[in-house]
Design a protein around this ligand. Structure first.
Ligand code: BES
Ligand code: MN
Ligand code: MN
Length: 459
């Protein structure tokens, strides 16, 4: 196929462009990076235009802008795909743990190291370059393509649902495609068919109404940090199960068939432990590690603070203690209901010596997609052609809230066409993207679009 040859011949150019993209510190959660976010959005729009999209624009939202592009010349009989990706990145902190600066992309062996390399700029850009290869070689596309690239994914997509609802006519498509997950290994492609949802809360515990000298009052006034620790310690039982009443009530059970399938996924416990650096695994012994990390709900403290945390000694009995708690949800758990359950439970177990407030920060639904759609078949064949091996179906433990939004507001399913690797160090220092996957990803997307274009219906 000419497009594949074009992609191979232009691999250096594609990489140079990716390096430019990765050099823009588009950290969505930090206000001082707002100009960088805008620069990244404008850069992406310009590259979409240069790559052949006749329409590409930066569309404002209440928060960071959305980059929208379309090329609809395949005609009304051809399927339309809606490609989603995010051009924002996580903060690079802690900076001192990076071997090379996070926004100075560095090639190390077969990897490109930079914040956002795999999550999600490298994966997003695969689609832009696949379209360019098709355009430059055949002058047209096998499918109609729309792109929706957001700049707020890493801070919970607060403006995405209203945007999709408001522009539902513009975004009409037969199927969505998202490259923001990973495959099992460089030579083991896989297709994610389920994602977990999220319920994120912040807990504020108040003891005395101002900080006290711990020598004068300690022993008779309950320390809110101690109280918060006792409360958090009660959120799991000795088997690692969440103790919040009702937490598991709506969890969809795994069928014996699905458990048997998940058990076939290649998994080496020792390698997995090495990847984590943890001394041993933890969690509900009734489920395997793969099940615990992808198909079962969790509760984790993501941060805790209060009192004195600067160098040296300060004997304070603080007034406040805080924790950020996140819960990964599985179908059919509802984030609003779970937020209510944890609020009631924390209030009920709070000792009378403190008061507790629970603030709901973010929620998103999990999703499961059908595995037998024409688009899924096209994805299956595309991975097989791009990686020389048939993909395995897996579930993923992370969250991509847009998948449930597409189901709810546009009534379309999403194909999770991921090209990352499990050890890409997403959200961590030294994030990387495996360059062979960047190039194979472009080839896989060319196969996907070409294959899907030959199928008549996409539902
Ligand atoms: N790309 C990730 C999600 C992901 C990673 C899914 C690997 C499956 C496998 C995404 O950018 C992300 O980090 N999502 C956040 C959502 C949160 C900020 C609301 C997550 O999962 O924590
Ligand atoms: Mn991502
Ligand atoms: Mn992420």
């Amino acid at each position: 196929m000419h497009a594949l040859a074009y992609a191979q011949a232009n691999s250096h150019k594609f990489l140079d462009e990716l390096i430019e993209f990765l050099s823009i510190p588009s950290v969505s959660t930090q206000p001082e990076h707002k100009p960088d976010i805008q620069r990244a959005a404008a850069w992406l729009r310009d590259k979409l235009l240069l790559s052949g999209f006749p329409r590409a624009e930066v569309m404002p939202t209440q928060g960071h802008p959305i980059v929208y592009a379309e090329w609809l010349d395949a005609g009304p009989d051809a399927p339309t795909i809606l490609i989603y990706g995010h051009y924002d990145v996580q903060p690079p902190d802690p900076l001192e743990l990076w071997d090379t600066p996070p926004f100075e992309p560095t090639i190390v062996g077969n990897d490109i190291v930079a914040r956002g390399a795999a999550d999600d700029k490298g994966q997003l850009y695969i689609h832009v370059k696949a379209v360019e290869a098709l355009k430059e070689t055949s002058g047209s596309l096998p499918v109609n393509v729309k792109c929706l690239f957001e700049g707020e994914e890493e801070c919970g997509s607060p403006n995405l649902a209203p945007f999709i609802q408001e522009h539902s006519a513009l975004l009409t498509a037969d199927v969505a495609v998202v490259s923001d997950t990973h495959i099992l290994g460089p030579d083991t492609p896989s297709i994610v068919y389920a994602l977990r949802g999220m319920c994120y809360v912040e807990v504020e515990v108040t003891g005395p109404d101002h900080d006290l000298h711990s020598g004068i009052y300690g022993g008779a006034v309950h320390n809110p940090i101690n109280a918060l620790c006792q409360m958090i310690a009660q959120l799991h039982d000795e088997n690692g199960r969440v103790t919040i009443p009702g937490f598991y009530d709506t969890v969809r059970d795994l069928s014996p068939e699905e458990r048997a399938e998940l058990a076939k996924i290649p998994f080496q416990r020792e390698e997995w432990l090495q990847e984590t650096g943890a001394p041993t695994d933890w969690g509900d012994p009734a489920y395997t590690i793969i099940e615990r990390t992808t198909a079962r709900p969790t509760l984790d403290a993501n941060g805790m603070w209060g009192g004195y945390i600067q160098p040296g000694v300060k004997t304070v009995l603080p007034s406040k203690a805080y924790a950020k708690l996140s819960m990964r949800l599985v179908p059919d758990q509802q984030q609003d209901e779970i937020a209510q359950l944890i609020r009631e439970y924390l209030v009920s177990i709070a000792p009378p010596t403190v008061t507790v407030e629970v603030h709901y920060l973010h929620g998103g639904s999990g999703a499961i997609v059908h595995r037998d759609s024409p688009a899924m078949q096209a994805a299956f064949h595309a991975y097989t052609a791009g990686f020389g091996r048939a993909p395995i179906f897996v579930r993923a433990g992370g969250s991509i809230p847009v998948v449930a939004m597409f189901q709810k507001f546009l009534d379309i399913e999403t194909i999770l066409l991921g090209f990352g690797l499990p050890d890409d160090r997403l959200h961590s220092p030294n994030e990387k993207f495996h360059l062979p996957n960047f190039h194979k990803g472009i080839e896989t997307v060319i196969h996907f679009m070409t294959d899907l274009g030959t199928r008549t219906s996409t539902d």
